[in-house]
Design a protein around this ligand. Structure first.
Ligand code: UD1
Length: 357
């Protein structure tokens, strides 16, 4: 009897996909049933490489497609051709993708064209609004239409898929793999060198802030920055730590409004291990990121979500997260309440993480 391994191509392109697939790649690599072939489109370069280094992942194939000021159509057209050629050469028995980026969708499409089965990790997230987040809501729906196996992180993600007519036998509720990645990162940092917060901020209550979403770029991001300025002005014992996304559309708004502002620390993107550590050091987190809103409750950190609609309603229902949108006044009010009302803070901090353990 031959014992042929299943060749599984794991395809990803951006920082969050790499983080959430790292524990999956690790697990599959230890499983004798599988031969894992890691393929990166490298839709992101520096921010992806930071994660690959942190988790010691060495992709077998790197398409290196990122260009300055790239467009969505550019990412998709370059990746679909390159993946099509690669799948024909590598001949995987299955393709695994994660999340909702351009890479996620296009890898599923290229696999479908080559009649290769697709597994989708973090399947079934929906806001119900195709403009929010843009274009991720559509990427998710298109990926669900193409996928053969749907790994839903929560029961409500499963419900979303069932409502769209997905065969229940192909849906598996798994928890969110970000929790595994986060625990790996916290454990890895324990004996190593960590991030050092500037001395003048070290004794302050820290707020970790991240933002990058396309629908927040421009005026909404300006309004968020003004809200952050209001917070540090009102609370002299509070400092904001803001690792800047490398996207020029983010930097051109955030830098003019926040660089040089007292008790606002604008840093280059932190690697994943330092991000985990920063969450640990923070009093609260303000973000439009999906992953950070899933991670922070593991450490009992309240999250204010810079979005009007979320595909992650579980955190809001559990009480660990609050949707604050992008209005300057609303952001200030919600943060001020957490910073000055200990009972309210404790209620949000003690809720259970709905994304798994
Ligand atoms: C993409 C994903 C989004 C994900 C985000 C995580 C899509 C449609 N969106 O959005 O779901 O939450 O990544 O960050 O796929 N850049 C660099 N260096 C890097 C990374 C980005 O210079 O390491 C620049 C790129 O050249 C580009 C810009 O940042 O000009 C935006 O990157 P892009 O991948 O096009 O989209 P994101 O908005 O980052």
């Amino acid at each position: 009897m031959t014992n042929k391994k299943i060749k599984l191509a794991v395809v990803f392109g951006t920082r969050p996909e790499a983080i959430k697939l790292a524990p999956v790649i690790q697990q599959l690599s230890h499983d004798p049933q599988f031969q894992v072939v890691s393929i990166v489109t490298a839709q992101h370069r520096q921010m992806l490489d930071q994660v690959l280094n942190a988790f010691r992942i060495r992709p077998q194939h790197d398409l290196g497609i990122m260009t300055p000021n790239q467009t969505l159509a550019g990412i998709v057209s370059q990746s679909v051709e390159a993946l099509d050629r690669l799948f024909k050469r590598v001949q995987p028995g299955g393709v695994l993708v994660q999340g909702d980026t351009a890479t996620t969708f296009v890898a599923s499409l290229a696999a479908f064209y080559n009649r290769i089965s697709v597994g989708h990790v973090e399947a079934g997230l929906r806001t119900g609004d195709r403009g929010q987040p843009f274009p991720e809501e559509m990427n998710r729906k298109l990926t669900s239409a193409l996928a053969d196996w749907h790994f839903a992180p929560t029961p409500s993600a499963r419900e979303n898929l069932l409502a769209e007519g997905v065969d229940p036998a192909t849906i598996f509720v798994t928890g969110n793999t970000v929790i595994d990645a986060f625990q790996m990162a916290l454990a890895a940092r324990r004996n190593g060198q960590g991030i050092s917060v500037p001395q003048e901020l070290a004794s302050k209550r820290l707020i970790l802030v991240t933002m990058h979403r396309r629908e927040n770029q421009g005026a909404p991001m300006r309004s968020i920055c003004l809200g952050l300025r209001d917070i540090v002005k009102r609370f002299a014992d509070v400092a904001v730590v803001l690792p800047l996304h490398l996207s020029p559309s983010v930097r051109s708004v955030v830098q003019p409004l926040l660089s040089g502002v007292e008790r606002v620390w604008l840093t280059e993107p932190l690697d994943y291990l330092d991000t985990a550590r920063m969450i640990q050091l923070s009093t609260l987190v303000i973000t439009d990121s999906g992953g950070i809103q899933e991670e922070a409750p593991s450490l009992g950190k309240p999250v204010l979500v810079l979005r009007n609609k979320t595909e992650r309603p579980e955190g809001v229902r559990a009480g660990t997260a609050q949707l604050v949108g992008t209005s300057r006044a609303t952001i200030f009010k919600a943060a001020a309440r957490l910073l000055s009302d200990a009972r309210h803070y404790e209620t949000m901090a003690s809720a259970v993480n709905p994304y798994g353990d």
